[in-house]
Write a protein that binds this ligand. Structure first.
Ligand code: IPE
Ligand code: IPE
Ligand code: MG
Length: 249
């Protein structure tokens, strides 16, 4: 399958909603937490596949603002898993020239998570390969409201002119804009849910969507390649007609 992928048309940014860990666990007769643990294996595999294909940014929805309302034991287990995974993987990421980043309300995470995360971010900050972006305590609306607050402050302080506000200036205030992360060309969601769940609301305005029934712990390199192949078969028209696109000039 890998041979069929057009290497000259790899999305620079792929965003993933990793969903279905709980259902995977239920199907296998185990606790939800087991599903999350198995999900880490998929993260590792997809990160490796993305790096090999030359994807520049991989943004993984790991924990949403809404996920704070899950049962306390599940939230605690997820935070533990985050800490232990980063602790285990940081050196490996660094060895593979991967730069770890985070978007979201990171300050709302338990301090041990913040510490582990910040150390791994610092360790990998000069790497030039894949940028692995974790969306943590993230929600698209939170990000947009936050950006708007900062814009309002800058207008008030006379740093920017409200009349000059356009798409680009607005986007530069988002978490992604501040960190230099471009909009994703491809957005993948596992487990078959046909919704966005408050993910990258601004940034996915023109992303290609790929939704698979595969549950996240079963998602692997082959599934990832399938998503890229599907992307490569799309005609991205950006409002134009198909005829306009096929014209040489
Ligand atoms: C995704 O799997 C992981 C997180 C949201 C943290 P879920 O835990 O949502 O799995 P399902 O949707 O219940 O199957
Ligand atoms: C989205 O999955 C959030 C993450 C993958 C982290 P959810 O399982 O929380 O989404 P909903 O609640 O089913 O929309
Ligand atoms: Mg879910």
């Amino acid at each position: 399958m890998k041979q069929e992928i057009d290497k000259s048309n790899i999305p620079a940014h792929i965003a993933i909603i990793m969903d279905g860990n709980g259902r995977w666990a239920k199907k296998n007769g185990s606790m939800r937490v087991k599903g999350h643990q198995h999900g880490v294996k998929s993260v590792r595999e997809v990160t490796e596949a993305a790096g090999e294909l030359g994807v520049k940014y991989l943004t993984m929805y790991a924990f949403s603002t809404e996920n704070w309302s899950r049962p306390e034991y599940e939230v605690t287990a997820l935070m533990h898993l985050l800490v232990s995974t980063i602790r285990k993987e940081a050196r490996n990421l660094n060895k593979n020239n991967i730069k770890l980043m985070a978007i979201g309300n990171v300050e709302s995470l338990p301090s041990v998570c913040q510490k582990e995360l910040n150390e791994a971010i610092k360790l990998t900050k000069d790497n030039t390969g894949l940028n692995l972006v974790l969306a943590l305590s993230y929600s698209g609306r939170w990000e947009i409201v936050n950006a708007t607050k900062k814009i309002a402050e800058d207008v008030k302080a006379g740093k920017i002119d409200a009349d000059k506000l356009d798409d680009n200036l607005f986007a530069s205030y988002l978490e992604t804009g501040v960190k230099g992360i471009p909009d994703p060309e491809l957005m993948i969601r596992t487990s078959g849910e046909m919704r966005i769940s408050n993910y990258l609301l601004w940034q996915i305005a023109y992303s290609e969507l790929y939704i698979t029934d595969t549950l996240w712990p079963d998602f692997n390199k082959e599934e990832f390649n399938k998503a890229i192949l599907s992307y490569q078969q799309r005609e991205r028209r950006f409002g134009k007609t198909s005829e306009q696109l096929s014209k040489v000039n």
